[in-house]
Design a protein around this ligand. Structure first.
Ligand code: PGA
Length: 251
């Protein structure tokens, strides 16, 4: 499948800085077609950046999505609202939401389901904390998070999903997984998917990607792993040259 590189801008930059970053990226990598590039700005910039990205190959993603379609849910954003502004992706279950906002596996499952029902591609994040890593519980945590996120979800022909292995201890810390850890975890995730779906679906509809302290220095080595089909990039996606380098180095 086409590799995918996703920029997660989180709650960073001013309105103007986000606009300029999107304009720069459109100019520098807007026509790249041998892999997908997705930008996930704050909700408040989605409309403006959707307009900027018109005429480019860069896709738009949200950093979260609510599971109901409309109604009395103050402060929430529905999948329909996102589709209205040409958003094609939504991150679900990011560790920062799990840690700071009480997001649990059941919510991640509802968000995943609502994305698929509304033709949005869910970017499902799973990964263990530093303590869980140290205690040797990483495999079990990833198994539970992933199977619960996908519980009772049947993937059919047109459904696409992205699964991100993003160990919490690697997010924003400058530490990344070792080659052996990456190999082990991506084999495990592929096996979990094989237990849930057909090989045809896995090969055509599912991308397994890595997130956590990816930058233009370490990306090449990670990309050498055949099981990794892309990256979720936080900090390094806020700098135009860094992000362009990351995108170009895996072309
Ligand atoms: P980071 O963040 O690249 O800054 O580690 C990644 C993420 O949280 O998605």
């Amino acid at each position: 499948m086409t590799p995918i590189i996703i920029a997660n801008w989180k709650m960073n930059l001013s309105l103007n800085q986000r606009k300029n970053l999107a304009l720069d990226l459109k100019k520098k990598i807007g026509q790249i077609i041998d892999h997908e590039v997705v930008i996930c700005p704050s909700f408040i910039s989605l409309v403006q950046i959707s307009e900027i990205l018109k005429g480019s190959e860069i896709k738009l993603g949200a950093q979260d999505v609510f599971w109901e379609e409309s109604g009395a849910y103050t402060g929430e954003i529905s999948p329909k609202i996102l589709k209205d502004i040409n958003c094609e992706y939504a991150i679900v279950g990011h560790s920062e939401r799990r840690q700071n906002f009480g997001e649990n596996d059941e919510m991640v499952n509802k968000r995943t389901r609502t994305c698929l029902d509304n033709d949005l591609i869910p970017i499902i994040c799973v990964g263990e904390t530093a303590q869980e890593h140290q205690d040797g519980r990483a495999d079990n945590i990833v198994l539970l998070q992933l199977t619960r996120a996908l519980q009772d979800i049947d993937l059919v022909d047109q459904d696409q999903i992205v699964v991100v292995y993003e160990p919490v201890w690697a997010v924003g810390t400058g530490h990344i997984v070792s080659d052996e850890e990456a190999d082990h975890m991506f084999k495990l995730i592929r096996q979990i998917m094989i237990d849930l779906y057909s090989l045809t679906i896995i090969n055509n509809n599912v991308r397994l990607i890595y997130g956590g302290s990816v930058n233009d220095k370490n990306v090449k080595k990670l990309a050498d792993n055949d099981l990794i089909s892309g990256f979720l990039v936080g900090g390094a996606s806020l700098n135009v040259d860094q992000f362009v380098n990351i995108v170009k180095s895996i072309t």
